[in-house]
Write a protein that binds this ligand. Structure first.
Ligand SMILES: NC(=O)CC[C@H](N)C(=O)O
Length: 362
């Protein structure tokens, strides 16, 4: 079934549809990872976006039961050069096509995704539509240009009610802004007694759970769309150790008086070099973000930049000068991607231990 991909700048690509036959509209973003498509598809931070992969062969090892980052994928659509019909892997359970049919996600294959990526890099983020070949391009373009991107993605993907993920270790309240399961896995691996709470939980409700530390998860959209979370973080600051990832990092920066801005085309992939300023050490990191903390806005705050991106110098990590709190823009839970940054979970737990020691000696 032929389908077309129409970008708001008027570019039209023709390809072959797979997965759901529905039409879709979203912000088109590119990911440069060579593997990890299942983790990408199921990362809730892509809610509202149509994702394209620069790597051309997608679906080769199928979809398995282990690699999901959420139960239900939140992406609007998927664009690939080639979608494998015959995956080969001992863990393979179904093809990309079958999975997308079940989850009602429209896909389009046969697209020159590197050309598409160049267009996005030149123009900056673009809205796009995947639709049937019979649709009139001008009509779709009109609809596309008039369409507004959603601003309630966190509400869509966050848990509606709190739930526990018990352990015998330190208690961590994990605020779910669209959490990747990898974060929960990393905390559970370290025996943390985790309670996952919705994005709009208040600081008082969180403190009532007697946390030893609070984690602020990743999540979709513009951090400024979730003002209630900014208030909550501001009220938690100094009362409990904090660790934030991606959207959690951006919300933390806003709560501390810094600013965030939309990037031209963002960072999405599993090969982004990040430098830790205190040691000069470089880690290869997994990333997925379209917003960033504005560096100049940090000057008037009590924040310190701890990490920067080597590709474009943007802020990749922050810590508070007065309180036990640090955050990173990249994904230390490493799914998909390298495990270079995994030590940050240890850092969080060490911070929790030293706060407990300090409390005991007072
Ligand atoms: N992965 C994330 O948490 C992404 C954060 C935010 N939605 C952004 O695009 O910048």
């Amino acid at each position: 079934m032929k389908k077309q991909l129409i970008l708001e700048d008027g570019t039209v690509f023709i390809g072959e549809g797979f997965g759901s036959e529905a039409n879709t509209i979203g912000e088109v973003v590119f990911n440069t990872g060579m593997t990890g498509y299942q983790e990408i598809i199921s990362d809730p931070s892509y809610c509202g976006q149509i994702v394209t992969l620069t790597y051309p062969l997608v679906g080769n090892y199928g979809i398995n039961r282990d690699d999901f980052e959420s139960i239900s994928p939140a992406i609007q659509g998927f664009i690939v050069k080639e979608a494998a019909d015959l995956p080969s892997n001992w863990r393979n359970e179904k093809t990309l096509h079958d999975y997308f049919q079940i989850k009602k996600i429209p896909g389009i294959a046969g697209i020159d995704t590197r050309k598409l990526t160049r267009i996005i890099r030149q123009h900056g983020a673009l809205k796009g539509a995947i639709c049937g070949i019979e649709e009139d391009v001008d009509t779709v373009l009109e609809k596309l240009r008039a369409s507004k991107l959603r601003n309630d993605q966190v509400k869509q993907v966050s848990t509606k009610t709190p739930y526990p993920s018990p352990g015998r270790g330190r208690r961590v309240v994990l605020v779910d802004f669209g959490m990747k399961h990898g974060i929960l896995r990393e905390l559970n691996k370290r025996d943390c007694d985790v309670i996952v709470v919705p994005y709009n939980t208040t600081a008082a409700e969180i403190l009532n759970l007697s946390p030893d530390g609070v984690m602020l998860s990743n999540g979709p959209g513009d951090p400024k769309d979730v003002p209630e979370a900014i208030t909550m973080i501001n009220e938690l600051l100094g009362k409990v150790p904090l660790f934030g990832i991606c959207l959690g990092h951006q919300l933390f920066a806003l709560a501390c008086g810094a600013n965030t801005e939309k990037m031209k085309f963002g960072h999405r992939g599993s090969n982004h070099p990040v430098k830790e300023l205190s040691t000069g050490k470089v880690a290869i990191t997994s990333q997925n973000h379209g917003y960033t903390v504005e560096e100049e806005s940090i000057i008037n705050t009590r924040l310190e930049v701890t990490h920067i991106a080597l590709n474009d110098g943007t802020v990749e990590g922050l810590k508070h000068k007065d309180y036990p709190a640090f955050t990173v823009q990249y994904h230390p839970e490493a799914s998909p991607g390298p495990e270079d940054a995994n030590g940050l979970f240890e850092q969080f737990l060490t911070m929790i231990e030293s706060e407990i020691q300090e409390g005991a000696s007072k």
